[in-house]
Design a protein around this ligand. Structure first.
Ligand code: GDP
Length: 295
């Protein structure tokens, strides 16, 4: 398992052969390799630092198991720690006691927010649940049409009031509409900008306050790598997120953004997007992601 990292750890760990405990001193070279591997997997530098400190704590004093390559032993410790930091198991979507459950989608433009809105709606539909998608992105030309088209494709209704209405009104009326229709989950697609700007954040905060969502999901493009950390910090500080969806995991990224998002927000990644099609959504599993990061 994890042959590339194992090869690199080999030299660092030759020194350790014949010793019976992992110590701070004899682990440094190996940890440097782990650090490099995580950076190559696009984990944010600060996040790597904290993570390495945790691994160090977990590893120091561990007995070197006879007959086991110490490099493999450290990889196991790193893997276990990665799984632990990313949350051990899958965390499902929030579900309100009284319908409708309200899910607010947040994130920058182009990350796959609108697509993820439709993916989630289809995912719910496949579980015999009902969804209403609400189009509040009044700024991006064609954003509303995009959601309406996706809705037709997956046979999920879309609530919209055109692009002259106020996003707060659209969102509130969308939730009311879901109540009227007896729909169990409302997914609100919101506006994103190419870069974080104050106005977008204030508007998102207003929408959030108005609908009091059960889940606020930050949609993060896994290909943004290191940047995912800053993005998460800003959204979490200013809006407060309760989970994330990591999109574009079908690309060649190793997925280090997952570790950054989780560690910085403290909130679980709930799903990963693995393609442009509406079916391309999978629940997030920390163990699979840990394997990918170390691959
Ligand atoms: P939004 O601006 O955040 O609403 O982004 P969109 O939902 O319009 O998606 C932007 C682009 O990313 C579109 O071309 C989508 O097809 C594409 N996209 C979204 N999710 C994924 C994914 O998981 N994998 C891939 N490869 N492309 C995706």
């Amino acid at each position: 398992m994890f042959d590339a990292l194992a090869d690199r750890l080999e030299d660092a760990w030759k020194k350790l052969r014949g010793q019976d405990k992992i110590t701070e001193a004899n682990m440094q070279d190996a940890l440097k390799e782990v650090r490099r591997a995580l950076l190559e997997a696009d984990v944010n530098l600060q996040v790597v630092k904290t993570f390495i400190a945790d691994v160090e704590k977990a590893a120091i004093g561990a007995e070197v198991i006879a007959g086991v390559n110490p490099g493999q032993q450290l990889i196991k410790i790193v893997y276990d720690e990665l799984v632990k930091v990313m949350g051990e198991s899958n965390v499902p979507l929030a579900q309100a006691e009284n319908a409708p459950t309200v899910i607010l989608m947040a994130g920058l433009q182009g990350t796959g927010k609108t697509t993820a809105t439709a993916k989630l709606a289809l995912y719910l539909r496949k579980q015999q649940r009902t969804a209403l998608m609400v189009a509040t992105d009044i700024y991006r030309p064609a954003a509303i049409d995009q959601l309406v088209t996706l809705g037709e494709q997956i046979e999920v209704p879309v609530f919209e009031l055109g692009n002259q209405a106020n996003p707060v009104d659209i969102a509130t009326q969308g939730v009311e509409k879901a109540k009227e229709m007896g729909i169990d989950t409302v997914i609100i697609d919101t506006a994103g900008r190419l870069q974080i700007d104050e106005e977008m954040m204030l508007e998102l905060a207003r929408v959030k306050k108005a609908v009091n969502p059960d889940d606020t999901l930050l949609v993060v493009d896994a290909m943004t790598g290191q940047e995912a950390a800053n993005l998460t910090r800003t959204f979490h500080d200013q809006i407060g997120v309760t989970g994330a969806i990591l999109t574009k995991m079908d690309g060649d990224t190793r997925g280090g953004a997952a570790l950054s998002v989780r560690q910085i927000s403290g909130q679980p990644i709930k799903f990963v997007g693995v393609g442009e099609k509406v079916e391309a959504l999978q629940p997030f599993y920390p163990d699979r992601m840990a394997s990918r990061i170390l691959s």
